[in-house]
Every structure is written in structure tokens, then in C-alpha cells.
Design a protein. Sequence first.
Length: 145
Amino acid sequence: MNLLQRTTANKKAKTVGRGSKRGKTSGRGTKGQASRAGNKKRPELRDRIKKLPKLRGRGKNMNKAFRIDATVINLSTIAKAFEAGTRITPSVLFDKGLIRRTGGKIPAVKILGGGELAYAVTVHDCEVSETAKTKIEAAGGTVKA
């Protein structure tokens, strides 16, 4: 009488051939370069990269596509849209509908000197051209960077 009993069952025997997971062709498909030992295909991505032009001498204009230019607004537009003593910022211009978002953000704004301004306004966080600055200050306004 045998009193010793096994606690775990026998491991399942490895199968080879069509009944197993990794028999016969061992997951390599059939025939050809990819099924052989030492298979290493030449990377085709390299061929595409080699065909791209080298773009020598592109220099300063290389980053032009990524540069975000300031949105331009003339003093005449500001004179029509705002009253005296108004604080003008890019977000205020956006709220008035004078500028649009670019890339989901309120863009940088540059105020140009086209037109006349008869009253004082305060300009914050905007680039201002020299002529616009002189006209704003002549009307009694201020420009703060």
C-alpha cells in the first residue's frame, strides 16, 4: 500500500509538429529568406531616407515653418473699437473679436501706426511699432511691454 501521493500533476509533455505551438516551421511561415537561419532583412526605411534631398544651405529659413508671426492691428481699428482710458491687451482684443486664436492660443499682437488715435489708451503685452508708439503717446496714452 502506497501512502505517498503527488501534490502536483505531471507537466504536460512538449509537443512537436502540427499539434504544438512551435513545431514544424516554428512560427517562421514557409520557405524563403525569412524562414532561414541568420535571417536579417535589409531595412527598407533606409532606402526612403537616402532618397530625401539633403537641403544644403537652407540656413536661416529652416525654422520659418515653426515661427509664429504676431497678428497685426492698426490704430484705426483700436480707435473704432475702444473708448478713452481702455487697457488694451491681446486677450481684450480677442474678446472684442478683433483677433483670432492661432493653434488654440491667443497670438502675440503688434500694433501698427495706420490711422489716428484721438484719446488716451494703455497698451500692455503688445509689440508696438515706432509710429504707433509716438501716436499713442501724443494722444496721452502709455505703452508698457
